[in-house]
Design a binder for this molecule. Structure first.
Ligand code: FES
Length: 311
């Protein structure tokens, strides 16, 4: 029997059903195992050579009724590769059709990619679940510093005897031990501004209410009492974190002045001028009977209107 050719008419026992658009080659026998028939507008069907009764130069005669061919499942191109896609040019020696129109079945291993991917992912999930109890304590240990609570230790910064005048900012320097993740502990020098406030300034700062400090979980850390005349401000400007000074301003009198972008604050920390988005950051402060000052060192995000604690 001749080999079916592309574009040959395909005839069933009752009528012509279309034409051959591709042929499928058996890679083992090197014989055509199927023809693909374009069904005159009803899609393509893959018809086994067993249905073929005769092949002439321009037609393929089937021994089947058209309804039986139509009832075959639609041809699935994705289950095949062409001779262009894989190195099987030797197969074309055996047949006489246009290269590229000859299909060979995709190996089952390739065809089952979705199922294999599922099993691969499934294996990964199982591996992850088995490894989780081992990895969890290690991960928790490594990530612990990221979720550690803020250090609310009291730090001694000096004695109030250093303050000679009321409502005047005095800088106190102190050292703080810093422990960053897995680095060894080291010390940094920091500063805080402290004032002995007159009752008028206290009233402006506290507006009749004590000032409470709470941690991220809402637990009270400390309360600055409105009648205690000492006020402490973080040494970092809330604009972008520069250090500021207590300076004489030609029209505003004595103020806190930040040289970086010229933010100006009054003795109570309120912004008088410049780009600062909020008042100076007041800190928890306590003063012992002997005048020793302790503060809790807190740092807040720069550039934000509200206070967001970062240290
Ligand atoms: S950092 Fe102080 S004004 Fe910009």
């Amino acid at each position: 029997m001749l080999q079916p050719k592309l574009k040959s008419k395909v005839r069933c026992t009752d009528l012509d059903i279309g034409e051959v658009t591709r042929v499928v080659l058996d890679p083992l026998s090197h014989e055509i195992s199927h023809i693909v028939v374009s069904m005159n507008g009803s899609g393509e069907r893959q018809v086994a050579m067993g249905h073929v009764q005769d092949v002439t130069d321009d037609a393929v005669q089937l021994r089947t009724r058209s309804a039986d061919i139509l009832s075959l499942p639609p041809f699935k191109r994705e289950d095949y590769v062409t001779t262009h896609e894989v190195e099987i040019s030797h197969l074309e020696d055996n047949i006489h059709v246009t290269p590229g129109e000859v299909l060979v079945p995709l190996p089952d291993l390739e065809k089952d990619v979705k199922r294999r991917t599922f099993f691969m992912n499934f294996t990964h999930v199982i591996g992850f679940l088995i490894g989780l109890p081992i990895a969890y304590p290690i991960l928790r240990f490594l990530m612990q510093p990221m979720y550690a609570d803020f250090d609310n230790q009291w730090l001694k910064v000096g004695n109030v005897s250093k303050i000679k005048q009321e409502d005047v900012g005095v800088q106190f320097k102190y050292k703080k031990a810093v422990k960053e993740v897995y680095m060894p502990v080291y010390e940094i020098e920091k500063n805080v501004w402290i004032l002995r406030a007159t009752p008028e300034l206290l009233e402006r700062v506290y507006q009749g209410k004590d000032s409470e400090f709470r941690d991220a979980r809402g637990k009270a850390i400390w309360t600055n009492k409105k009648e205690v005349p000492y006020i402490a401000f973080s040494g970092k400007c809330p604009h972008l974190g520069c250090g500021f000074k207590w300076r004489q301003h030609k029209t505003l009198g004595q103020v806190f002045l930040c040289p970086c972008h010229l933010s100006i604050y009054d003795a109570g920390g309120k912004v008088l001028d410049g780009p600062a988005p909020r008042s100076l950051d007041a800190l928890p402060i306590k003063v012992s009977a002997g005048g020793e000052v302790e503060i809790i060192d807190m740092e807040f995000k720069a550039g934000t209107k509200s206070q967001i604690r970062i240290v």
